[in-house]
Design a protein around this ligand. Structure first.
Ligand code: ATP
Length: 363
């Protein structure tokens, strides 16, 4: 089921100040293609949960429309939208077994939708198998691990075969290892069922690893939507560039002058754009130690974490962090003369942004 958001806006009266309006979702106007997994990303308070609540019908928009396929669902109550929801805190019924929890949404169907006991049991078992908890059907939630409980919550959301599945920070309560496993499971389940899924997280790595597309939001405004790698490689503005990537992109004060891109007095590359002050974003993987390279930094130390070797340096023009991180291959030779290390930079990993509006500038 494709989801179309048409000029969707949600305003609240601020919780802190009754005279202030908060625009939690500001003019969302885009389409989520059928059968895809979308990672909705952004810092705390940017409007991720409000977006999900609008789509499932828990919140009414201030203006705009929501379509599932060609059907306008804007005025439909949540129970008639065919949406499955999974929340951070699982929200299982503690006194019911896994089986009873999963069956619950089917047992409450009324009238023409009412199902026989046999069909309910069969559908519950199918959903349990899909999330691989069918051997735990008679346990109560407190006899399960966090990851298993979350899978029960997913099975319960899937048992009504929804057209749309919404997951609101579903992995936040899990430890790092379980998080990794459960996110792979979610990806597998989503592929097997083909259900259009929106996955909310503030963890960019999580979103990038399992999503077909990511949407990056800031203060209620969509910044960029696209395939994760494309958004990472071609950020439209400084915010997106800084939000994606770990270690984060290094940001420098720079200039475009004489058809060149400069950081301080170092001419990094040719650059054909109007002379101006700019921000230069350099991904950690952009740096190539090179004794003839144009970019000079003050060497501090080498750090090895797992597979990665980082060269940590300093440069007075860096504004993102005191430490500049360059990720290089472990066998790279370092020429560190008088404490200065020189780099050449991979052009595709260097992004230039306007100081005025922080939008990307192409050279
Ligand atoms: P988090 O990652 O912290 O869960 P979020 O991105 O999901 O945040 P939302 O919960 O959607 O953000 O909130 C977006 C903005 O709308 C915030 O400024 C929040 O304070 C405000 N907001 C959300 N719900 C309400 C409400 N019912 N009344 C007033 N303001 C609200």
């Amino acid at each position: 089921m494709k989801i179309v958001l048409e000029h969707l806006t949600k305003k609240f009266i601020s919780r802190n100040n009754k005279n202030e309006i908060v625009t939690a979702v500001n003019d969302f106007d885009f389409e989520i293609p059928d059968g895809k997994l979308i990672g909705l990303l952004g810092p705390s308070g940017c409007g991720k949960s409000t977006t999900l609540n609008l789509i499932c019908g828990l919140e009414e928009p201030t203006s705009g429309k929501i379509y599932f396929g060609d059907l306008d669902v804007t005025g439909l109550p949540p129970e008639n939208r065919g949406v499955g929801m999974v929340f951070q805190n699982y929200a299982l019924y503690p006194h019911l077994t896994v089986r009873q929890n999963i069956r619950f949404p089917l047992e409450n169907l009324k009238g023409a939708d009412k199902l026989s006991k046999e069909v309910i049991e069969q559908r519950a078992l199918e959903a349990a198998k899909l999330v691989q908890i069918d051997t735990l059907m008679d346990r109560k939630p407190n006899e399960l691990s966090g990851g298993q409980q979350q899978r029960v919550a997913i099975a319960r959301a899937l048992v009504k075969t929804p057209g749309v599945l919404l997951l609101d920070e579903p992995l936040s309560n899990l430890d790092a290892r379980l998080r990794l496993q459960t996110r792979e499971q979610i990806r597998r389940i989503q592929k097997e069922t083909g259900v259009t899924t929106i996955f909310v997280t503030h963890d960019q790595e999580e979103a990038m690893s399992i999503s077909d597309y990511i949407i990056v939001m800031k203060a209620g405004v969509l910044q960029q939507m696209g395939e994760p790698q494309k958004v990472y490689n071609e950020p439209v503005n400084l915010f997106v560039a800084q939000f994606l990537g770990n270690p984060a992109i290094n940001v420098f004060n720079g200039q475009i002058r004489d058809h060149g891109l400069y950081i301080g007095e170092d001419r990094i590359s040719d650059f054909d754009a109007e002379d101006q002050e700019v921000y230069v974003g350099v991904r950690p993987e952009a740096f190539i130690p090179d004794e003839k390279g144009p970019f000079r930094c003050v060497f501090d130390r080498v750090e090895t974490t797992g597979r990665d070797t980082s060269i940590v340096t300093h440069n007075e023009n860096c504004i993102s962090d005191e430490d500049i991180r360059a990720i290089v291959s472990a066998d790279e030779k370092l020429n560190n003369e008088n404490g200065i290390i020189r780099f050449s930079l991979k052009p595709a990993k260097v992004h230039v942004f306007s100081k005025e509006d922080e939008k990307v500038i192409h050279g």
